[in-house]
Ligand binder design. Structure first.
Ligand SMILES: NC(=O)c1ccc[n+]([C@@H]2O[C@H](COP(=O)([O-])OP(=O)(O)OC[C@H]3O[C@@H](n4cnc5c(N)ncnc54)[C@H](OP(=O)(O)O)[C@@H]3O)[C@@H](O)[C@H]2O)c1
Length: 175
């Protein structure tokens, strides 16, 4: 069982605009059967973790919850619950709930959906193993950061998927 941060980013390292828009991303072309595509990735995930802004984006965009895995939402607030979603709300250090997330994942892996600082919190605790980034051919100039930490990574795999440069890394923990 390992923990992945799998996300798309602008070329200049933002995963959303300052206003939390993903319009720049959703207009890009991506082959769901192509290299490092999401459908294959998600089948290997047993539990999800996300921050409040990411959860709120899903709340705004989706009529129903698409995930079958239990999901931990990190927030200091009382957020609405989506019907049919297996949700656990958490706050504080990620290490305090990591055992529960790992138990839920079972023999599958954990996906940190976003944002970048939450992935950084997992890295701070030594609990982030792999980073997958689909770089879109766009710069945003500002926005929500990809991974605002100083980390050393090993590049495991790189591929083009239509508009995207896809890069798969392992986190080097003995920095
Ligand atoms: N490009 C992509 O593929 C992609 C993927 C995923 C997400 N996104 C987007 O990227 C943006 C990410 O937003 P973001 O940078 O604000 O990150 P985020 O992790 O989604 O949300 C950050 C918020 O989560 C809560 N939080 C984080 N860690 C916590 C902790 N340990 N304990 C309690 N609460 C905690 C805090 O909210 P409160 O204190 O207010 O509760 C914090 O302000 C969103 O717009 C999302 O839709 C893009």
């Amino acid at each position: 069982m390992i923990t992945h941060f799998y996300t798309a980013s602008s070329l200049d390292g933002f995963i959303a605009t300052p206003e939390h828009s993903l319009d720049w991303l959703l207009k890009q072309d991506f082959d769901l059967q192509g290299p490092m595509a999401y459908p294959d990735f998600i089948t290997r995930m047993g539990a999800l973790a996300m921050g409040a802004s990411t959860y709120e984006w899903i709340l705004r965009q989706q009529e129903s919850w698409e995930y079958t895995q239990p999901a931990w939402v990190f927030t200091h607030r009382d957020l609405p619950v989506i019907d049919g979603a297996d949700l656990r709300f958490a706050r504080g250090p990620v290490a305090d709930v990591f055992g529960d997330i790992a138990d839920a994942a079972g023999d599958k892996d954990i996906w940190v959906v976003g944002g970048g600082d939450l992935a950084g919190q997992f890295a701070d605790a030594g609990l982030l193993d792999e980073v997958w980034v689909q770089f879109a051919p766009v710069t945003l100039g500002s926005g929500r950061p990809l991974l605002p930490r100083a980390l050393d990574l090993e590049l495991l795999e790189v591929a083009r998927n239509r508009d995207f440069v896809c890069a798969h890394h392992r986190v080097l923990k003995d920095r």
